[in-house]
Write a new protein. Structure first.
Length: 509
């Protein structure tokens, strides 16, 4: 009898605990629906992609109400997709303050990875990081030569891999894209050649693959409270160790980079990269060691991951639709140029519109819930949000909504952006302000690496279509991973060298 009473007590206590953990707080807005909690947890037992989940359970309520209550990362949040609500939210950073995992779940593995940095901080900390780093992230004169060199080596590796496995077989491109994206980022931001393209399996690059697998494990993603118990969960202990290894290795590689040690003269101001600005701020005591490390890691991560994702989507889209690839190739070959500069690239309308459309249909940062309301606010004059509510956005949702983009919203049509580069970029800016195009976010917390990302994408696409033609094996289908990252990662691609490839060597200056 005593055992039964004890057992009943334990079950009861657990039930109360679970109820308190999972119930929707009563002060959350009543005029928007809640997505059933099991939808957020589907990743635990199903391999459905996030795109499929969105279409089946989120699209309808979000398109009708513009916002929903949703369980994510261990709590109830508000997810917003109506353009008017989005621009209201993003415009008011003073009310909806950035608060990343370092605030939300400071004990977690992800927080140990990213720390307090320029992307997830708010107020004085953000102003401090921005004052140090912005000039290096938003340079108007990025040297395009190292990006071109890395793009060439990237295409060489794709062709050599194809040669090795035989013309009729496809292969996975994501691992090679990752090596390219890290190498290009190192040259443009960190004054270092990580040599990932020259040396497969460089530890810093291998760690990235492990980190990406670790961070998006559905169980810990949905219940980050489990990260508090690494002594129970061995895999979390390993995860913390991996994050530490990455931080220490990156710090060591960058601080002791050969170029820095061999340099006799200080870097000229016009040639300074973000890492030079950060090192100076560290030496002068403007930022401390911890702030330096967190921002170093976030530059490394954000400046390669997003272009890596976009390149994956690009290989998928253009490899499945040869008309688009041919049209782009015709534009590139018509330039007669084999050594493009940023001026050459910025004059190409189809290349520009294609990248805008890739970012619309396949936004690499697809969903973020990393803002918290600092005071009560009526979003769009309609949704009462209490103080302390976590809010976020979903980019594929708004960018594929017919209300925002018309009947063809879900089709890939680069031409929708216009046919002159200035007109295309002006449309991108207009749609951003209206909250319909948020691939780089909007207002004062918009992406500071946008200019660089566009340059890198244009350069590598120019080199690719000029030298190779690629096709996707039709057995593959597109799928979003549970981390929300677009992942046509499993698709195999076949490459064919084109005649125009031969022009390459003659023209290298
Ligand atoms: C295709 C490539 C890229 C995409 C789609 C992208 C997208 C985004 C998005 C959506 C945000 C807002 C994040 C948030 O709300 O928390 C953001 C912020 C940011 N991005 Fe990017 N990004 C890209 C490339 C880059 C690159 C190459 C860098 C260079 C380091 C970079 C640096 C930043 C920084 C520093 C911020 C924070 C800005 C602030 O809050 O002041 N991004 N990016």
């Amino acid at each position: 009898m005593a055992i039964l009473t004890y057992f009943g007590g334990v079950v009861g206590a657990l039930a109360i605990l679970l109820y308190r953990l999972l119930r929707i707080p009563s002060n959350l807005p009543k005029n928007i629906p809640a997505v059933p909690i099991y939808i957020s947890l589907l990743g635990l037992w199903s391999d459905m992609g996030q795109d499929e989940i969105y279409d089946r359970w989120l699209r309808q309520p979000l398109e009708k109400y513009g916002a929903v209550k949703i369980w994510f990362a261990g709590r109830w949040n508000l997810l917003v997709t109506r353009p008017e609500y989005l621009s209201d939210m993003l415009k008011h950073e003073d009310v909806f303050a950035k608060a990343g995992s370092q605030k939300k779940i400071p004990w977690s593995v992800i927080s140990s990875l990213v720390g307090d940095n320029i992307i997830n901080s708010h107020g004085d900390d953000w102003k401090l990081y921005t004052s140090v780093m912005k000039p290096g992230l938003q340079k108007t004169n990025f040297d395009s030569k190292p990006i071109l060199d890395k793009s060439r080596r990237f295409v060489d590796i794709l062709l050599n891999t194809q040669k090795d496995i035989g013309a009729n077989n496809g292969f996975l491109v994501n691992p090679i894209i990752q090596r390219f994206a890290i190498a290009a980022m190192g040259e443009s931001f960190l004054d270092i050649d990580f040599e990932c393209l020259e040396r497969p399996n460089a530890r810093i690059e291998v760690l990235q693959s492990i980190i990406k697998r670790t961070i998006f494990k559905p169980l810990y993603f949905n219940f980050p409270v489990l990260d508090m118990y690494p002594y129970i969960f061995r895999s979390r202990r390993r995860a913390f160790a991996i994050m530490k290894e990455f931080e220490d290795l990156l710090y060591d590689l960058v601080r002791n980079r050969p170029r820095k040690l061999l340099r006799k003269e200080p870097v000229k101001p016009e040639d300074e990269l973000v890492v030079h600005m950060m090192e100076r701020a560290l030496d002068e005591g403007i930022i401390n060691e911890q702030q330096f490390r967190a921002n170093l890691k976030i530059v490394f991560l954000t400046a390669h991951e997003n272009t890596q994702q976009l390149l994956n989507s690009m290989f998928w889209q253009l490899g499945s639709d040869q008309t688009i690839q041919d049209k782009l190739r015709a534009e590139v070959l018509a330039t007669g140029v084999t050594n493009p500069t940023s001026e050459t690239l910025n004059k190409l309308p189809y290349l520009t519109s294609l990248i805008c459309e890739l970012l619309r249909v396949y936004p690499p940062v697809s969903q973020l819930i990393n803002r918290v309301s600092l005071e009560p606010y009526v979003l769009g004059g309609e949704i009462n949000i209490p103080k302390g509510t976590w809010v976020g956005w979903n980019a594929p949702g708004v960018q594929s909504s017919e209300a925002a983009w018309g009947k063809t919203a879900r089709q890939f049509i680069p031409e929708r952006w216009g046919d002159k580069p200035e007109e295309i970029m002006a449309k991108a800016r207009r749609e951003t302000v209206k909250g319909r195009y948020i691939a780089f976010n909007a207002y004062n917390r918009k992406c500071l690496g946008q200019g660089y990302a566009l340059l890198e994408m244009k350069m590598v696409l120019f080199e690719l279509v000029r030298r190779v033609k690629w096709t996707v094996d039709p057995q593959y289908r597109l799928k979003l991973t549970s981390g929300g990252i677009l992942a046509p990662l499993g698709c195999k691609i076949r490459f064919e060298e084109l005649d125009s490839s031969r022009l390459n060597a003659d023209s290298v200056t």
